[in-house]
Design a protein around this ligand. Structure first.
Ligand code: NAP
Length: 268
């Protein structure tokens, strides 16, 4: 079977390395490639995918919302989030899923086992934030708090959360057990800090869903204060593993997937 990830840009995507390592470790002959699809060609997406005889694919920036009108069905999570990162093709029918939220929360449970009782602050209110908030809302008891730069973003939110500004978040930081940055501030060479960590409590777990760089300036600052930190690498691996489960019905080899990504990040 053939699989792919579509996006623009896409050449730096680690999804092919990760999925092909998984196929290889499971003795599967399947393959996974990166397809560069600029916005201008997006209306031909069904022809492009069908011509290549692809059985399932991932969608990354900037097409996670754009793909929806091309699908025959979407699952409940994608409906709530308003974005799709996984498509499964069954007898020509395109079905959309969103595995980002589950991917993050699966990893977070392992580093913070008492997640059910945690007071959690999410910074950012985009697609990734909504997916994570929806997953956490299924079992975390205290009401989630989500802070965003643009308050009007919450108008499209149907989830029950405390919606606040980044400024409010800064002054109440010590009330949270876990702080999750879902904004791209700090990604790649961006040295921006999404908020000041002045009021951070030493017991708070500080997380960022970005993993390139491996430690964003936000995580570096938290670590320098002595806090436990947690980046977005596991999220990437588990969202991929969940896509694989949706496509094949099988469990992925998480260890091999993570190892392949880490090896690439270290430049080995
Ligand atoms: P998105 O839908 O575009 O949302 C971006 C959010 O970040 C918005 O709430 C935006 O606020 C906020 N934001 C952007 N720049 C900011 C800044 N300089 N200061 C403060 N807030 C800022 O993006 P997304 O799809 O949720 O993705 C967000 C990040 O997660 C990206 O870096 C992406 O690469 C990463 N991600 C990682 C994984 C993984 O597997 N680890 C998976 C998915 C996404 P406004 O509303 O004010 O514009």
């Amino acid at each position: 079977m053939k699989y792919a990830v579509i996006g623009d840009p896409i050449s730096h995507s680690l999804s092919p390395i990760m999925h092909n390592a998984n196929f290889h470790s499971l003795n599967m002959n399947d393959s996974y490639e990166a397809l560069h699809i600029p916005v201008e060609r997006f209306n031909q997406i069904r022809e492009i995918i069908e011509e290549k005889d692809i059985s399932g694919f991932n969608i990354t920036i900037p097409h996670k919302e754009r793909i929806i009108p091309f699908l025959d069905e979407i699952d409940a999570q994608s409906e709530t989030v308003g974005a799709v990162n996984t498509v499964k093709i069954v007898d020509g029918k395109w079905i959309g899923y969103n595995t980002d939220g589950l991917g993050y929360v699966t990893g977070l449970k392992q580093v913070y086992p008492d997640l059910e009782n945690a007071y959690i602050l999410i910074l950012g209110a985009g697609g990734a934030s909504k997916g994570i908030a929806n997953e956490l809302n299924k079992f975390v008891q205290p009401k989630l708090t989500v802070a965003n730069r643009t308050i009007s973003r919450f108008e499209s939110w149907t989830l029950d959360v405390n919606a606040i500004s980044l400024e409010e978040a800064e002054t109440h930081l010590d009330e949270f057990d876990i702080i999750i940055n879902t904004t791209p501030a700090g990604m790649d060479d961006n040295k921006e800090h999404v908020i000041s960590l002045k009021h951070l409590s030493p017991n708070t777990l500080v997380s960022d869903i970005v993993y390139i760089p491996y430690k964003t300036p936000f995580l570096e600052e938290a670590e320098a204060k002595g806090n436990q930190i947690y980046n977005g690498l596991d999220m990437f691996v588990y969202q991929g593993a969940e896509s694989f489960r949706i496509w094949t019905g099988n469990q992925a080899n998480i260890q091999e997937m993570k190892y392949a990504v880490l090896k690439n990040l270290k430049g080995e």
